[in-house]
Design a protein around this ligand. Sequence first.
Ligand code: 5GP
Length: 112
Amino acid sequence: MTLFEKIIAREIPAQIVHEDGQCLAFRDISPQAPVHILVVPKKPVPRVAAAEGADEPLLGHLLVVAAEIAKKEGIAESGFRVVVNNGPHGGETVPHLHVHLLGGRPMHWPPG
Ligand code: 5GP
């Protein structure tokens, strides 16, 4: 099981902010912004590069949920960033697809 599968199974505790049939969203343990939430599919797709055509609705769902959480967290108006790290150069550390939702402060561009 991946770390995030263990969180989904409630084997590892997390501050959960959203759950539905397709995904779980919880606060990042090492927040990089005042709001830093991970939106994780219950299906353990390793990374976006491993997604298949059948995963297209799921990938869209993760973004819609991220936008809904941004509204609930009060960062929709000020703005936010969604990030998906893929592979070693992308900064991926957990091999279970996840969307980072970051906000509550201005973001820099280009990213590091
Ligand atoms: P990645 O680097 O793969 O894009 O993102 C993995 C994220 O998972 C990191 O931001 C890291 O802080 C977060 N993370 C790692 N372990 C845990 C954990 O046990 N609980 C929570 N809530 N987040 C975690």
